[in-house]
Ligand binder design. Sequence first.
Ligand code: SF4
Length: 323
Amino acid sequence: MLVFTILLAWVQVGNQDFISKFQNLLENYSLPSSKMAIVIFGSLGTFLTVVALNNSFLVFLHLFVPITIFSFIFYYLFFQFNNRLSNKETYSKSNFLKEKESILKQKCSIDPNRKQEIFNVLKEHYPKFLSSRKKHLKTLKDKQIDYCKPAWFAVAPTKSVLNSRLILGFQNNGCSYRGKDGIGCYFCGFYASVAFKKKPTNDELFEQFNKVLDKVHTNEFDVLEFGNDGSFLCDKEFQASFRKSIYARISAELNIKRLLIESRLEFITEEKIAKIIEYFRQDQKLEIGIGLESRNDFVREVCLNKGIKINKFENKIKTLSKF
Ligand code: SF4
C-alpha cells in the first residue's frame, strides 16, 4: 500500500514526462485528460479511504476495481454523448494535435525551435480560438437574411478585352471545409458574410444571380468570377443541377469569355470539368482558383490550417492540365 501511495505521489508531482505521456494516451482515445484524471484519482481516493477505514485488502477487489471500471465506462459514455450533443462536427483535439505534431517532425527550412514555439502557441490557444469562433457563429445565426440577394457583387478591372469583370459572392451556406472544426483556414473571415440558418434553394441562388445581372450592364464585362466563401464545385454548397443551369445561361445568353471559379482541391474532378467544357462555347474559357497559400507544409498546415496535401495538389494540377 505504501509503495502504491508513493508511486502515486511521484506520478502526480514528480514526473511531468509520465503525466504528459498519460495525457497523450487519454487524448488518443478522445478523452479529456483533466476530467478523466479526476475520475481516476477520485476512485483511488475512495479506495484509499475505504482501505484506511477497513484495513482490508479484500476491499480492493470488492470496491476499487468495480468503482474504477464503472467510472471509466460512465465517463466515456457521458463524454461521447455530450460531445455529440454539443457539436456533431467537433474536430477531436487528439486528431488535431496528432496531425499537426506529425508535420512538426518533418524537416523544412524553418528552425525546429521556432516551429516548436509556434506549435506550443497553437496548442495553447486553439481551444480558446475554437470556442470564440463558435460563439461568433452563433451570433451570426440571428442575422436576418434575404436569400434572394447575393452576399456581395462588384465590377472590377481585369486583364481582358473589355478590361472588366463581374465578381459575385453568393449568399450561401458557407465553406464546407469550415465544418470540420468550425474554423477552417485560420485567416479566413468569409464565414461572417454568408447564410447560416438554412441552405438557400437552387431557385434562390439563381434569383441572386439574376438580380445581379439586372443591376449591371452585361456588355460592360467579359469575365465573370464567383468569389464566394467556399468551393463552387462542392455539391453540398452548390448542387450539380444549379451549376448546370448557370453554365447553360453563361453559354447561351452572356458575352462572357472567361469564367473564374474557386474550389478546394477535393471537389475538382475530371467529370465536373468536362461537364463545364461541354456547356461552354468555343470562345469561352474556364479558370479555377485553388488556394494553396504556401508550399511549406508547416506554414500551410500548422500556421494556416489549410488541410491540403502538397502531393494531392500537384496531382490535381496534372489532371487539370489535360484540359
Ligand atoms: S477553404 Fe477557402 S473559403 Fe474555406 S475556410 Fe479556407 S480560405 Fe476560407
